[in-house]
Design a protein around this ligand. Sequence first.
Ligand code: 5MM
Length: 341
Amino acid sequence: MSERLEDIAVAMVANGKGILAADESSGTIKKRFDVIGVESTADSRRDYREMMFRTKEAMTKYISGVILYDETIRQSAADGTPLVDLIKASGAIPGIKVDAGAKAIVNFPGDTITEGLDGLRERMAEYYKLGARFAKWRAVIDIDTGKNVPSAYSLSANTQALARYAALCQEAGIVPIVEPEVLMDGAHDIDTCYDVTKATLVKLYDELYAARVVLEGTILKPNMVISGKKAARQASAEEIAEKTIKLFRETVPAAVPGIAFLSGGQSDEEATANLNAINAIGPHPWKLTFSYGRALQAAPQKAWSGKAENLAAGQAAFTHRAHMNHLAALGQWKSALEKAA
Ligand code: 5MM
């Protein structure tokens, strides 16, 4: 495979393929395992991820890349094969989460800043040797309009960190996924999400230009423009699609090869239906696909539930969700396919 940043980025958003976000840090994967009653140990985390990476149909036909956590990129399957090699053997690209998480910003209650820039140049070089060809950094932007959250200071600090991270990635021959996640946790309406996401993306591309990041060698991982989870009125898939595309046309340069959405707490089917609606109103200047964590993994996690005898059920559930999102990335998904399955 070509090692050019531009070619890697294009491969990450290849037609009908998307990214599996399997980069839960130890704390997050423990929370997910608690729900299915599985103890989180290095071996159980390995077994679970190995199950997904060995799912042939999903990995070869629908998944372009996998975002790994530091522990996982160093782990081997039960038979000793490095997990990175399993991913590569399926034709997918290994990636790595390099941020160190979001921490409270002093003097700005409710705002967070994502940390992890210290020593990043050296860590990038190591991750490259371990096989990573793309990376991910997530900034977390909450909305609480009554409390002036997010502040302009938070947007500025977070987007500058994303740009510094992106430049370091490219120096190391690694494609940066830039992920500014505007959370959907509040009671805000879809237009507030639009405004906050717009302010975030305008600032983000300012900073990426200022840092001389080559946009052709980047992927954007944003939230959709969507109603807050607790909002009284929940926008339809068509409204989400229309407002998301309007916003991206205003803010995301056409030089960016692809946009791979996070699911952010949407249900599996909502995340698929909304991606499908977005692709149904094309053509668009960029590929629009998925980089889902929860919306790809909730079903396989439940089906597997930590039992070796459920391996095939877990893989079937993963294949189904990956297939549905593959169709959505092409604008060809129909809800009847969910029911049929
Ligand atoms: C897989 O979850 C990632 C976050 O893990 P930590 O919070 O433990 O660091 C997360 O960054 C994920 O890649 C994206 O938010 C997309 O995941 P969702 O579940 O929103 O699709």
